[in-house]
Design a protein around this ligand. Structure first.
Ligand code: CA
Ligand code: CA
Length: 141
């Protein structure tokens, strides 16, 4: 599947908007395929991107395998301790209908906004001292 520059710009804009109100970090990784277990792939990619290296362990990764039509959302221990397993399942459930229609950018925008709201609630923006700990650029496999 072709990913257009415009698609990536929309994703980056969604991440930037989410991170305006939280110290938490959101990243998106796009792959063509998936090993069969998107959650495992997402966890691997999380490590590979060094996403566990945030001060408050509040990074969230959206992993999408475009050709395999698989995806997963994983959050680090800090945010996971606040929201619990049901939260990740909720995001998933909200994204699935859009993904099924092939609207994966819409799905991501929705998921990122939802992740951003939860991060903002538990990890509010820290003002001028708040660093962009993880790049907002889309990571590609
Ligand atoms: Ca930050
Ligand atoms: Ca960031």
């Amino acid at each position: 599947m072709q990913v257009q520059p415009h698609d990536e710009q929309r994703i980056v804009a969604a991440i930037e908007a989410a991170e305006l109100v939280t110290s938490g970090e959101v990243r998106v990784h796009l792959n063509d395929t998936c090993s069969g277990d998107p959650l495992r792939d997402a966890q691997k990619q999380f490590q590979k991107l060094g996403m566990h290296r945030t001060a408050e362990r509040n990074g969230i990764l959206f992993f999408i395998a475009l050709e395999s039509h698989k995806f997963a959302v994983v959050g680090d221990s800090g945010i996971h301790a606040k929201v619990g397993q049901a939260f990740w399942e909720g995001i998933r459930d909200h994204m699935v209908p859009e993904l099924k229609e092939g609207r994966w950018i819409d799905a991501l925008e929705l998921g990122i906004a939802e992740a951003g709201r939860a991060l903002a609630e538990h990890f509010p923006y820290q003002g001028p001292s708040d660093r962009d700990e993880l790049s907002n650029e889309v990571s590609r496999g």
